[in-house]
Structure formats: structure tokens, C-alpha cells
Design a protein. Structure first.
Length: 273
């Protein structure tokens, strides 16, 4: 009659605290195993085609905007810098939807009920529209709706039908909200979460997520609500966590039902005696 309660466990996580403050295009997980890397930083002229130079940097209290949230721990910045052709930044409105940002891959073998959480920061001239997507085969990507936490003031969840072809057909978050008269940008948004209910995401060695640009062309705007300038701005990430429950272990609701039924049967038996 013994029943073990299922609890969400960390499968893989990136806090970036175990990485030196330096250029790092593929930071190692702080927990578990997996890979991380940026997308599309060395493909588009900004104003020249640059070299991917993502880096781990120490946060500071002054890196905050209208929502007042700062991050003083180590974080990971996604960007490019000048190569042999000259000045470059990497972020470009020429990039098709879902081709610039960051990707984190970790096997979910042995787990189901997959949950994602992360912290996100965009600079004043950073791309203002972000979508989360996941893959179960390493090839095809599926849009995943995000849920905001209490420290995400100034961020909006948007659901769009993709009618103009310039913004993703699905869910994304938009960081270009004017808050109490202050411009958006340089805001840390913590605890963005998504629950992946797709059964193919469970027990999947090819599972990965990406946080990428939700727009392109004229829909691609900065956190100021202006056209992306294609020469500055970046994204930063922290506390990227992939969780799951061990397959075969009952959910807490199942435990409650079993224990409740057992208690009722015990009471009935005592009454009969």
C-alpha cells in the first residue's frame, strides 16, 4: 500500500555561477548535463557581420529599469562583436522569426511533466519580443506559451495569429511597455515559466528549448518600442531551469486520492468491527 509522492526535480539548470567572467559561447550547466549556445549572432550585418562573443558577466545594481528589479549575480549575455570586417553587434531585424537568441538542450529521459523557468533581461536597444519554443526531435520547433510571475511588471504576454507574417503565430512576451511614464528596457524579468504538456517531450533524449526573436522586419522593435537599430542592444539570461517528475511516481493528487481512500476503508472497517 505504500505510495511515493512525485515531486518536480531539476533535470538541468544554468545559473552561470560556476563559469568564469569571460567570453563563453557554450556555458556548462550548474546542475545536470546539457548544452547551451546562442543562435544567429554571426549571420547578419549589424552593421557588419560579426563574431559570436557571448559572455558571462557579473550583474550590478544599476542594470535595472522601470520595474526596479536588478540582478547582481553572474548572468549570460548573448551578442556578437567586431570581426575582421569591422563593428558588429549580431542582433538584426533581418533575422527571420525564431532564428536569434539562445538554445538550451537537456535529455528528459526518465522524466515527464516538463517545466521550464528562466530570467530574462533586454537592454534599452535590445529586441523587445521574445518567444519560447521547444523541440522533441532536434529539428522541429513548437511555440510554448509563457506564464509571468510577480516580478514581471512591465512585461506582457501576447497571443498573435501571425497574420502579417512578421510576428510568430502563437504566444510571445513583449517588453516595450511604458511604466509610470518611464521607458521600458533594462528590466530583469524573473521566473518566466512554461509547462510542456506534449507527451513527446517526456522521456526524450532530444529535448531542447530556445528563447528567440518573436518578430522580424518592421515588427522587430526595441524595448523602447522603436525600430531595432541593428547596431546595439543584447539579451541576458539567468537561472534557466528544466524540471520534471520521475516517470512512474504518482502525482500528489494521486497520493491524496489513495491515502484518502485508505482512510475511508479503515474507518469503515472499524465501524463494522
Amino acid at each position: 500500500m505504500a505510495v511515493t509522492q512525485a515531486r518536480a526535480q531539476i533535470i538541468t539548470a544554468w545559473t552561470f555561477e560556476n563559469d568564469p567572467v569571460a567570453v563563453n559561447n557554450s556555458p556548462a550547466p550548474s546542475t545536470g548535463s546539457g548544452t547551451a549556445g546562442s543562435l544567429g549572432m554571426n549571420l547578419y550585418p549589424t552593421p557588419n557581420v560579426g563574431v559570436t562573443t557571448d559572455d558571462v558577466l557579473a550583474g550590478k545594481a544599476s542594470d535595472t529599469g522601470a520595474n526596479g528589479v536588478a540582478n547582481t549575480t553572474q548572468t549570460w549575455r548573448v551578442r556578437a562583436q567586431a570581426g575582421s570586417t569591422g563593428t558588429a553587434n549580431g542582433w538584426s531585424s533581418l533575422a527571420p522569426i525564431g532564428t536569434q537568441g539562445a538554445e538550451f538542450a537537456a535529455s528528459t529521459a526518465g522524466y515527464n511533466n516538463i517545466n521550464i523557468s528562466f530570467d530574462w533581461y533586454a537592454t534599452t536597444q535590445g529586441e523587445g519580443n521574445l518567444q519560447l519554443a521547444y523541440t522533441t526531435d532536434g529539428i522541429n520547433w513548437i511555440n510554448a506559451p509563457l506564464t509571468l510571475s510577480g516580478s514581471d511588471t512591465g512585461l506582457q504576454v501576447v497571443s498573435y495569429n501571425g497574420a502579417d507574417g512578421l510576428t510568430v503565430n502563437g504566444s510571445y512576451v513583449r517588453d516595450n511597455v511604458l511604466l509610470n511614464g518611464a521607458l521600458a528596457g533594462q528590466n530583469w524579468f524573473t521566473g518566466l515559466t512554461a509547462t510542456i504538456t506534449d507527451p513527446n517531450a517526456a522521456n526524450d533524449p532530444n529535448f531542447a528549448i530556445e528563447m528567440v526573436n518573436a518578430s522580424t522586419g518592421t515588427d522587430c522593435v526595441s524595448t523602447q518600442g522603436t525600430a531595432l537599430n541593428n547596431s546595439s542592444g543584447n539579451w541576458r539570461f539567468d537561472n534557466v531551469v528544466i524540471r520534471g517528475t520521475v516517470i512512474g511516481v504518482p502525482e500528489p493528487t494521486a497520493l491524496f486520492l489513495v491515502s484518502g481512500s485508505l482512510a475511508m476503508l479503515t474507518a469503515l472497517r472499524r465501524r463494522q468491527l
